[in-house]
Design a binder for this molecule. Structure first.
Ligand code: ZN
Length: 122
């Protein structure tokens, strides 16, 4: 798992992890009935409830990420020249994880300077 990822991708990763966790708990809970018979029903109940909460939470995160991505700014990454979406003023490129910023005060290099650097290298 990458921690240095774009914010939207990070939300999706957490959403996916929660979905997997929820499904895992539901499967484990159901497996409890198979292995322990009636005694496993309590475990199954707990597993299903926690699993359901995790699934609902992951759906909320997915929904939130979807809402956020509609308001995200689409920019062309100066490093890999792919179109990526940014959340807030500073975010990482979804593809090459370069830190991008819309705030000129925080930028240590502008897109024009980077282009010039790449031209000089070639
Ligand atoms: Zn990039």
């Amino acid at each position: 798992m990458k921690f240095k990822s774009a914010k939207i991708n990070a939300f999706r990763t957490w959403g996916l992890l929660l979905t997997m966790l929820g499904m895992g708990l539901m499967i484990l809970g159901t497996a409890g009935i198979v292995f322990w018979g009636p005694a496993g029903k309590v475990f199954a109940g707990i597993g299903l409830v926690i699993g359901l909460i995790a699934m609902v939470a992951s759906m909320a995160i997915y929904f939130w990420a979807g809402m956020l991505s509609t308001s995200a700014v689409q920019v062309e990454c100066p490093e890999c020249h792919k179109f990526t979406k940014m959340l807030g003023k500073t975010d990482r490129c979804m593809f090459c994880h370069t830190i991008l910023t819309l705030d000129p005060n925080q930028a240590n290099i502008t897109a024009e300077q980077l282009k010039q650097q790449q031209l000089n290298q070639n």
